[in-house]
Write a protein that binds this ligand. Structure first.
Ligand code: FES
Length: 164
């Protein structure tokens, strides 16, 4: 997938919000990731210049935390549970339906960078199986036919936030 182009002003505004404090690097990286849904290479280089932090240090922090991604991800992260409880209650069907609806396979991101689909071992709420997590929301006892509606709601929300 291609590198996205970043806005220097956006990155500088984020740095200014934290007064360029080196100790705020993690918060700054979180804000950059919120903006681009991952940490673009150019944004990290600019952060290094603006904050006078070696790029190697920025990469060290970015790769230490699982929540940061150096590769493009979708605005919404979908986790399909592949744990035992979900598996026996129809998890594989949910995963296949998600892959079909999004036209991607697990581990991939949609062309419009709206969704990334991942498979996880267990979401820790087995009594609610089968479950799928979209961003922070757990969809419990999920039925396959509810999936298109859930995806549409996220698409609509995104369109509305772009209109405001
Ligand atoms: S197996 Fe799916 S939440 Fe545990």
């Amino acid at each position: 997938m291609d590198e996205v182009s970043i806005s220097e002003d956006t990155v500088k505004t984020i740095v200014e919000k934290y007064h360029g404090e080196k100790s705020a690097l993690i918060s700054i990286l979180q804000d950059v990731q919120k903006e681009y849904a991952f940490l673009p290479k150019d944004a990290l280089s600019l952060l290094g210049e603006e904050m006078e932090i070696p790029l190697s240090r920025i990469y060290e922090v970015s790769t230490f935390y699982n929540s940061f991604s150096l590769v493009p991800r979708g605005r919404h992260l979908i986790a399909a549970c592949a744990g035992t409880a979900c598996h026996v209650k129809g998890g594989p069907k949910l995963r296949s339906r998600l892959e079909a609806e999004l036209d991607i396979e697990c581990g991939e991101t949609t062309e419009d960078r709206m969704f990334t689909l991942e498979e996880v071992r267990c979401l820790g709420c087995c009594s609610l199986a089968p479950v799928v997590k979209v961003d922070g929301d757990i969809h419990a006892y999920l039925e396959e036919d509810k999936i298109p509606g859930i995806l549409d709601n996220h698409r609509k929300e995104w369109r509305q936030s772009g209109e405001n």
